[in-house]
Ligand binder design. Sequence first.
Ligand code: PEP
Ligand code: MN
Length: 270
Amino acid sequence: MPVLDFEIGGDQFVTIAGPCSVESEPQLMAIAHHVASRGARILRGGAFKPRSSPYAFQGLGLEGLKLLARARQECGLAVATEVMAEGDVPLVAEYADILQIGSRSMENYTLLEAAARSGRPILLKRGMVATVLDFLRAAQFILDNGNPNVILCERGIRTFETAMRNTFDAAAIALLKQISHLPVIADPSHAAGCRDLVPALARIGVAAGADGMIVEVHPDPDRAWSDGEQSLDFAEFDGMMAELKPWIALREHSLDRELAPEIRAMETVR
Ligand code: PEP
Ligand code: MN
């Protein structure tokens, strides 16, 4: 699936990174420059935030969208951001390259339809109590409304387990890669809920066959306006990206449909 000048769901593992919420110009620009320098291709920042509490920060709205567009211009990153309301779709689609449909909205079918019709690729997050079949049906809604560009995102589901924010369903990533033609990405941040666990879940996502990941990054996570506990600071993000490199290389090798020349040579010798 083409986005700007690259592909999602192709040979390359794509990293989407950014803050949970766009907070200010200095915050967003610092993050955009940093993650771009470490190989991220897409900046994700929330301008309209679905919050479980009405008293929590709800996002900068249009101001946030404008900052995201400025970051794209400065850093060459594609921009992904959540759209929560049907009426906001045209506005968000004007500023973003990819529209995110959040977990809480996965079953909002009128929103799915409006987002699909924007023609922008849709990053569809799995509902927190959605089965794989529910998830695929929501994706089908978008496809049936004339938009073939859906990215499935596993972000953890609710189970009886409470030690983590959610239960990361790595098996769903492997299964979706087998039964669907759509790209699948992992969201280790929302699955973990705490930053120490994020690198391990990212590695599991790569090993499960994900086409990419979406990860929350903040220059000062303890002061983040949302999801600070699960956001990586710059040093932690760098550490994770370095640690993931061999795993990503392994994944790309295993994706090779063609045998590598040295292996082909061995086959001939035999
Ligand atoms: C987010 O991506 O910041 C978010 C709110 O995610 P989810 O919809 O998966 O909870
Ligand atoms: Mn978040």
